[in-house]
Design a protein around this ligand. Structure first.
Ligand code: PLP
Length: 453
């Protein structure tokens, strides 16, 4: 076998369907509830925010959803993405493990996010939508949607968490280069933003607040919809394009993963790589250990409660049952901005409850150490979020060494870190500290969970 396997980037291998895990689950996830009536929402309740085609994908139980031709055409620019065997990392770890990684950093925005951004922009254009509002934390989602909006002629307004807006001017410049408008959140443009600013004029913002602002604006206008970059079923569905590619690529390598790993913010890149394998297992295929990795400072899967909660701070969204730290929880300022959401995708939460996946949490310095080791062996500098998956992959490979067993480990290298160099600068200068969330704040946020009684 060659030292590094790079598979043919043959566009005929781009999947023709997205894979819907719900079709293979032993029980469906709990229904989404209306915040007022506490009854299951219908398609009409979501119509102010999303085009009907995406609402249908949100609730479909079909196993396969066809990828529209124009979306596949755009995917061809960077899909299929490469799958690499991490030979040099294996050697450095002196492990019998076979480590593989899927690299999503080759997309124009540098992460997996365009997989859903392109699809969402396409369906909105088909529905005659002129403008999409959205939130972004670190700026990955905002740049992906800005790119997709430019391709499909849709104006994109991005509400960017204020602290990231100040810390990450390059991500903002990228969004503006694609033609998007980028507004620091909380802003004066919405009632929810003004309410927060009235309490605290220098509020650093949070994803929950930025979502409230974007949702509020989209709900007010017929030609404007809202887009979310993670969490929702249709977003996870679109990301399965990458995991299905892995299935084919691992077959070409004549191997099958024993362990599949992804980092989890809202759960979409993890679902993308894990769900096709989980589905195969549920249909009678080989059992795979699937590991979701999250930051210790925002540990929704490992420390959150599985309960109905709002997706945003101003409580404008429907209620979904998920692992949550409470919608008012504000995590401390660690560097993996894409992993700072208070909740977890309902579908990822559901499979965690069913015992079909494992979850673990890591502190950020251990993750950066893993990312630097990865860069020094494989040459790709991972995004701080992706470092969580790298950490878990390395730890599993080291366990293979201890156990004297060769296992195949597949992880998602969901993005590159080229816009996150300040985080690496801080790491190298010893300024990066491990952060603990405030237990009292978590207790308060959990005490504020909506009552369904
Ligand atoms: C947004 C983002 C994440 C977190 O989002 P998920 O929906 O959990 O995938 C992780 N990594 C990167 C590179 C991101 O841009």
């Amino acid at each position: 076998m060659p030292d590094t396997i790079k598979y043919l980037l043959d566009e005929s291998r781009i999947p023709k369907f997205w894979y819907n895990l719900i079709a293979d689950l032993p029980s469906p996830p709990p229904p989404v509830l209306h915040p007022g009536t506490k009854q299951p929402v219908g398609p009409d309740d979501l119509a102010p925010l999303f085009p009907m085609s995406l609402i249908q994908q949100e609730v479909t139980t079909e196993r396969e959803v066809e990828i529209p031709g124009p979306v596949r055409e755009v995917y061809k620019q960077w899909r299929p993405t490469p799958l690499f065997r991490a030979r040099r990392l294996e050697q450095a770890l002196d492990t019998p493990a076979r480590i593989y990684y899927k690299y999503e950093g080759v997309s124009p925005a540098g992460s997996h996010k365009p997989n859903t951004a392109v699809a969402q922009a396409f369906y909105n254009r088909e529905a005659g939508i002129r403008k999409i509002t959205t939130e972004t934390g670190a700026g990955q989602w905002g740049s992906a949607l800005a790119f997709a909006g430019a391709l499909f002629g849709i104006q994109i307004d991005v509400y960017m968490v204020r602290v990231s807006y100040q810390q990450k001017p390059y991500r903002r410049a990228l969004m503006e280069s694609y033609g998007a408008r980028c507004v620091p959140s909380p802003s004066n443009e919405t009632a929810s933003g003004r309410a927060i600013l009235a309490q605290r004029a220098d509020h650093p913002g949070s994803l929950g607040i930025a979502i409230s602002e974007a949702v509020e604006l989209a709900a007010q206008r017929d030609d404007t919809k809202y887009a979310l970059g993670s969490v929702l079923n249709h977003v996870l569905l679109h990301q399965t394009v990458l995991g299905q590619e892995c299935v084919g690529q691992m077959e070409m390598a004549d191997d099958y993963p024993d362990i599949v790993i992804g980092c989890t913010g809202g759960g979409s890149n993890f679902a993308g790589i894990a769900f096709p394998y989980l589905g195969a297992q549920l249909r009678g295929g080989k059992a795979v250990r699937i590991i979701a990795v999250e930051p210790s400072a925002c540990p929704s899967l490992t420390r959150g409660r599985y309960a109905y909660d709002f997706g945003d701070t101003a409580h404008l969204t429907p209620l979904t049952k998920m692992h949550t730290l409470g919608s008012t929880f504000t995590p401390p300022g660690f560097h993996a901005g894409g992993l700072r959401y208070h909740g977890m995708a309902p579908l990822v939460s559901h499979v965690k409850e069913l015992g079909l996946i494992e979850a673990r949490a890591y502190q950020q310095t251990a993750c950066f150490a893993a990312g630097v080791q990865f860069a020094r062996t494989e040459g790709i500098l991972p995004a701080p979020e992706a470092n969580h998956a790298v950490r878990a992959a390395i730890d599993e490979a080291l366990r293979c060494r201890e156990d004297g067993v060769s296992r195949a480990i597949l992880f998602n290298l969901c993005g590159h870190g080229h816009f996150d160099m300040q985080a690496y600068i801080d790491y190298f200068s010893g300024k990066l500290a491990d952060l603990e969330y405030d237990e009292a704040e978590l207790a308060m946020a959990l005490a504020g969970l909506p009552s369904l009684g």
